[in-house]
Design a protein around this ligand. Sequence first.
Ligand code: UD1
Ligand code: CA
Length: 467
Amino acid sequence: MTPSPPAHDVAAVILAAGQGTRFRSDTAKVLHRAAGRSLVAHVLEAIRPFGLGQVIVVVGHQADAVTADVQAVSMDVTTVVQAQQRGTGHAVQQAFPALKDSIRRVMVLPGDTPLLTAEALTGLFAATEEQPVAMLTMHLPDPTGYGRVLRDADGGVARIVEHKDATADERAITEANAGMYLVTRDLLGAALERLDDDNAQGELYLTDIVALLRQADHRVMPVLAAPEVVAGVNDRAQLADAASVLRRRHLEHLMRDVGVSVVDPATTYVDVDVEVGRDAVLLPGTMLESGTRIGERTVVGPNAHLTACTIGADATVHSTRGDQAEVGDGAKVGPFAHLRPGTRLGVGTKVGAYVETKNLDLAAGSKVPHLAYLGDATVGEGVNIACGVITVNYDGADKHRTTIEDGAFVGCDTMLVAPVTIGAGAYVAAGSTITHDVPADALAIARARQTNKEGWARARRQQGAGH
Ligand code: UD1
Ligand code: CA
């Protein structure tokens, strides 16, 4: 699938300095996300299996933000700044002096091709075993916007003409430039020196290296690739299309390779890094965002939206919003639960309808079946929290913790005014407002005493009848 041994003498240069005018965005194009990752991070993940000797990303527009994004990918990445974006050729000119001495070949990739796979690039490696230059091309029914590939009599590439510079005849060509090249270092360096900006956009086009190399009698090998893996993203409609392809690809992997049931792929949104265990079931309306892991045989949905959550095995998570929450094996969550950051639900716990949690440690077997708010709380094992319980964790200035020890029972509609501790095995009577610690095994009642006024209601009715 991928070349071995690792290609230590190859450097990747990824172009990510452009603004992406066609996105009409205040955010640099390559930072826009598709299926849980920025566009440029998808490109980095595609080259990961090759173990390249050097990876350079050319940054410019919003350089700091793009640098932070690519540094967050677990890979050794160098960035080079292209202060003014004077074209793709100019971008590679900035990167060239940063190449390590050990580099013999350079792979140039656009930063806006999130569909890219390692397989698509293996053709370039194979072609440059024999030839000094290869590039990926694709056939598109509508190649508008792409550079067109003009072939030689011998089948090599004679030159690339950009859409804006192309004649009507050239625009009729459906073979488009994917913008991915593998070139020996020496030939690239020589060609870069000879670029000019005599074209419709007044830019230094990287694509012109093809004609320059051809003129110097080097054959430029075209390697055909499928548009599904090399297409670029230039506007938000293409972004949505690419994201949908990426999600579909990941769902197919989960269904075919792992053994996950996805009842309705069309309404199931799973980011590419989300892991789901064997025999798990994803019901319609499920959205699993980056950093989420789902255990084996767990059922998620319908209508669950989880971000960076870890869900154990044999759990159910029904109609729930979760963010940075951990749910233990066999736990039952929802419908209509809201698990906020710092929620940790132990093995076999239950968090039911209309329960909101935050910074909660709920130990094994404890239950919060309905209508409660538990924030900044530590709850032991086998605790029952009845309907309507609220941890009063905020006094208007500071947050305070509530501790509920093993086996305690907290009755309905109780306010636990933190900081407060309910001891092990204690009972709290329904309707209590607890402001002091409750000792282990005690009963706490903290509510106004009930008074019954005999006959009061009848007397009122009789008075009213006189009017
Ligand atoms: C480019 C190719 C085109 C090809 C297409 C494939 C050129 C001149 N054209 O066109 O032949 O069909 O890709 O997707 O190369 N960038 C920089 N610095 C710059 C300009 C661009 O880093 O000065 C980066 C952009 O951020 C982007 C990438 O290079 O990630 C490609 O630039 P873009 O403007 O999208 O090129 P296309 O018009 O798509
Ligand atoms: Ca592009």
